[in-house]
Write a protein that binds this ligand. Structure first.
Ligand SMILES: Nc1ncnc2c1ncn2[C@@H]1O[C@H](COP(=O)(O)OP(=O)(O)OP(=O)(O)O)[C@@H](O)[C@H]1O
Length: 256
């Protein structure tokens, strides 16, 4: 069975023909799998996502996809003011139809999505007046309320407190494993990638793209090189098991 939902072949992205942001990258997203993109600020993660979505032309190479792609941006700026429930219903626009009003089922799915993120109480609030973290959760709820084959999220947890980071990471995992969709997300937190990703793309400072499974790519050596900060792999013991995570060391300036 061909379970590939999105594939890039020698894809190069950028804004000027002779200034590629990174070396050619070939990726395959499969149903039920999670891919995490890590790279320093300005290395081209968002540009890559925009190129996958067809919002930006590649400098070189191809993107092919089978099925619907849904995107959760870092931020959403609108000229108009919408209620939170309308924002989530907008995600269901394809299901609703051009001249129809949202059905009872549309409202039900939109409210369910808000409840999954524990923000049902914000339904009638104005989106513009929410905090950055609340807005980020609404954008994720909008994606949850919409059917898709590939879900792409640009740093979905940047504005979130630790409890909501945990909720969102768990949700991404269940979306991939239970709804069998491909999830691609960018993050500056190697621990998140370690916890839920199957595959990794690292965009290195010298523009090399390292791709492959988590075990091979998410290593102390690669991450330390990527961030220029010592990163240590650690085991955390919990009652029901032992978890692997990565911790950065910021204390170099204090001396040993
Ligand atoms: N519309 C644009 N026109 C020209 N250059 C752009 C444009 N948008 C982004 N860039 C540049 O492209 C580079 C990559 O930006 P991008 O937003 O893709 O990086 P990123 O890896 O997502 O960064 P961050 O982690 O900081 O969000 C940056 O140097 C940025 O200044």
């Amino acid at each position: 069975m061909n379970d590939i939902t999105l594939k890039t072949t020698d894809l190069v992205c950028g804004y000027q023909p002779n200034c590629p942001l990174f070396d050619p990258v070939s990726l395959e997203l499969r149903r039920g799998e999670i891919t995490a993109i890590l790279g320093g600020n300005g290395q081209g993660k968002t540009t890559l996502m925009k190129t996958l979505l067809g919002h930006h032309q590649p400098l070189q190479g191809q993107v092919a996809h089978a099925g619907e792609i849904n995107f959760v941006p870092q931020r959403f700026d609108s000229a108009f003011s919408y209620s939170v429930i309308d924002m989530v219903l907008m995600g269901r626009a394809n299901n609703i139809g051009l001249f129809s009003s949202p059905s009872h089922l549309d409202f039900q799915m939109a409210h369910q999505a808000l409840d999954m993120l524990s923000i049902g109480y914000l339904a009638e609030h104005e989106f513009d007046r929410l905090s950055g973290g609340q807005q980020q959760l609404v954008l994720i709820a909008r994606a949850l309320a919409t059917k898709c084959d590939v879900l792409i999220l640009d740093e979905p947890t940047t504005a979130l407190d630790l409890a909501f980071q945990s909720t969102v990471i768990e949700l991404l995992y269940s979306l991939a494993k239970e709804r069998n969709i491909s999830v691609l997300f960018s993050t500056h937190e190697p621990a998140q990638a370690q916890l839920i990703a199957d595959n990794i793309l690292l965009i290195m400072k010298d523009k090399r793209c390292l791709t492959g499974n988590k075990r091979d790519i998410l290593t102390e050596q690669n991450l330390t090189e990527l961030y220029g900060v010592p990163i240590q792999k650690c085991q955390i013991r919990r009652d029901n098991g032992c978890y692997t995570t990565f911790l950065p060391y910021f204390g170099g300036f204090l001396g040993e």
